[in-house]
Design a protein around this ligand. Sequence first.
Ligand SMILES: Nc1ncnc2c1ncn2[C@@H]1O[C@H](COP(=O)(O)OP(=O)(O)O)[C@@H](O)[C@H]1O
Ligand SMILES: CC(=O)N[C@@H](CCC(=O)OP(=O)(O)O)C(=O)O
Length: 292
Amino acid sequence: MEQNDATQTADVLIEALPYIQRFSGKTVVVKYGGNAMVDDRLKRSFARDIVLLKHVGINPVVVHGGGPQIGRLLERLGKESRFVQGMRVTDAETMDVVEMVLGGLVNKEIVNLINQQGGRAVGLTGKDGGLIRARKLLAATSDIEGDLVDLGQVGEVSAIDPAVVHMLDGGDFIPVIAPIGVGEDGAAYNINADLVAGKIAAILGADKLMLLTNTRGVLDGKGELLTAVSAREVAVLIADGTIHGGMLPKVECALDAVNSGVKTATIVDGRVEHALLMELFTDQGVGTQIRG
Ligand SMILES: Nc1ncnc2c1ncn2[C@@H]1O[C@H](COP(=O)(O)OP(=O)(O)O)[C@@H](O)[C@H]1O
Ligand SMILES: CC(=O)N[C@@H](CCC(=O)OP(=O)(O)O)C(=O)O
C-alpha cells in the first residue's frame, strides 16, 4: 500500500470509530430486497459489508426478499404474477415456488456469499426453530378496481420466537432469514420480507433497521429524495398515491419498527456500493429515515 493510501485508510477508520463504538454489541437488522441483488459484484460487496459489521462487534441479522427471482421462475413455469397493494397473490402452486426460491435458491446464495467473504452465516426460514408464526392476511383492496381480493397463502406475522436467532448470534454466526411463516395448522405462508424484517427488528430490540432496495429512498411527487419522513407525512404521501406498490409495506414496517422501540429505520439504495456502511458509519447517512 502507498503511503497516501495508508493515511487515507487510517483516516477513514478514525472517522468511523465513534460509530463502530456506538453500534458495538448492538443488533442491526438488514433487509436485503430482491431488487437490490443486482449483480455479482454488488452482492459480494454486500456480503463483505455484513462480515465487516460482525468483525467490529455488531450483530447483523439479514432478512431477505426475492420477489423478482420468484417472478422469473413463475414466468418460466408459465404462471403470471399478480400483486395487490405490494403483495403477491399466492395460490398453493405459487406457494411451492415461493418456498423453493426464497428458502432454497436465494437464502443459500446469500449464506454462501457471506461465507465466501469469511463470515459464518446460517440460513433459516420462519419454519426453522419455530421462528415465524403466521396467520392468513385478510383480503386486500385491489388498486385498480377497488375490489376485495383473496390473497391466498399470504400471511402476516402473528408471533416471533427469537430463540434460534439469539443462539446463532451468541455462537458468532450470522442469521440469514427467508420470509416464510408457519400457521397453526402447519401451513406455509408467504410474507412480505419488509414486514418480517420490521417484526424481527422489534422483537430483537434492534438499534437499527435498514431496508436495502432499488431506489434512493422515498421519493416525493417530483422524484426528489426525502431524507426523513414522519408518520403524518407518510399518511399524506400514501393518500395522494406518491407512495405505492412495493414502497407501501416498506414504510409501514419501518413505522411499525420505530413505534415498537427500534431506534432508527431507514430505506437505503442497495444499488450503491457500501450504502450500508455509509448509512451506519457517517453522520449524514444515506436514504430516507422513517420517524414515528
Ligand atoms: N414514493 C416512492 N419512492 C420510491 N419508490 C417508490 C415510491 N412509491 C413506489 N415506489 C416503488 O417501490 C419500489 C421498491 O419496492 P420493491 O420493488 O418491492 O423493492 P424490494 O424488492 O427491494 O422490496 C421502487 O422500485 C418503486 O418502484
Ligand atoms: C406476500 C409477498 O408479496 N411476498 C413476497 C416475498 C418476497 C419479497 O418480499 O421480496 P422483495 O423484498 O424482493 O420484494 C413475494 O412473494 O414477492
